[in-house]
Write a protein that binds this ligand. Structure first.
Ligand code: ARG
Length: 283
């Protein structure tokens, strides 16, 4: 056996993971609250510490900057407590924007608010959607694939519409557990061809599709899923994830990724984690 073969797999894998600089859009939780319940995590009778939410959100933005990424901010709108979840505001690939159309009345005004930001920022293709879709909450870009969730929020008809606008190939995935109401609560894109996911969130057919497309995927367990561990943001090397997702962090490290734990306990009361707060602006 040569020295190389004897080396721990982690070191070999780590050498291959390359971070690329990203641009993210975020929205400060200045008006954050849990005033209605549109997912099982939300309980309006549980108090929320908004100042703590803001501090945790700032630490997340600072983490991205420290990793070398660029953070843009959209102004929060009073009366839209969930607007902090920027991932839901649109889906962006190749500089093209597919707008969001929210399912629940409480969040509907966020769609035009986000689309307005893109138009002002000079994006020429900023498509107003015909079908209900909650942006990157359910539409995740992995290379030339658009992993597209449905079951709770996004209309499956939006999958083809988004794929057409963005020039990607849609793969429909059906969510079955209401705790994992958005695709990004159960699946994380780590790199163009690598994902982590919690199989229990998907129907049997979608589990088959995921197994076939990503045979080497990291499989997360229920404990990591229930702290929203999969609601993570990867730059190809660093993976920013909730600090409670300790097993998932170990699995990532064993595969050469560098876990970057953050605390977002207040935003989790609305059913959100790091990824929910982060919309990637892909050029
Ligand atoms: N309270 C929000 C909702 O139910 C949370 C959204 C979380 N965002 C996400 N990308 N999963 O719509």
């Amino acid at each position: 056996m040569t020295l190389l073969e004897n080396r721990p797999q982690t070191a070999a894998a780590a050498a291959e993971r390359v971070a690329t600089r990203r641009r993210y859009l975020m929205c400060e939780p200045r008006h954050f609250a849990v005033e209605y319940a549109i997912n099982p995590w939300m309980d309006p009778t549980v108090p929320v510490d908004r100042d703590l939410a803001i501090r945790q959100w700032r630490a997340l933005a600072d983490t991205y900057r420290r990793l070398g990424h660029h953070v843009e901010e959209i102004a929060p709108v009073e009366g839209l407590p969930d607007m902090v979840f920027a991932a839901n505001g649109a889906t962006v690939a190749r500089g093209r924007v597919y707008g969001a159309k929210f399912k629940y009345a409480e969040r509907v005004p966020e769609g035009p608010a986000y689309l307005g930001w893109f138009k002002e920022a000079g994006y020429r293709v900023a498509h107003e959607p015909a079908y209900v879709n909650e942006g990157e909450g359910d539409l995740l870009v992995a290379g030339d694939l658009l992993l597209a969730g449905t079951g709770f929020r996004t209309d499956p008809a939006a999958h083809a519409e988004a794929a057409e606008v963005l020039g990607l190939k849609a793969v429909t995935l059906r969510l079955v557990d209401p705790h994992y109401y958005h695709l990004d609560t159960a699946l994380c894109v780590l790199s163009e061809r690598d994902i982590a996911y919690f199989p229990g969130a998907f129907d049997a057919e979608s589990q088959d599709v995921l197994r076939q497309l990503f045979p080497a995927a990291i499989i997360a367990d229920a404990d990591d899923a229930k702290v929203l561990g999969l609601n993570a943001v990867s730059d190809g090397r660093h993976v920013v994830l909730p600090l409670e997702a300790t097993e998932l962090a170990k699995k990532l490290a064993a595969r050469g990724y560098q876990p970057v734990p953050v605390s977002l306990s207040e935003l989790r009361k609305a059913g959100g984690g790091p990824k929910c707060c982060t919309l990637e602006l892909r050029s």
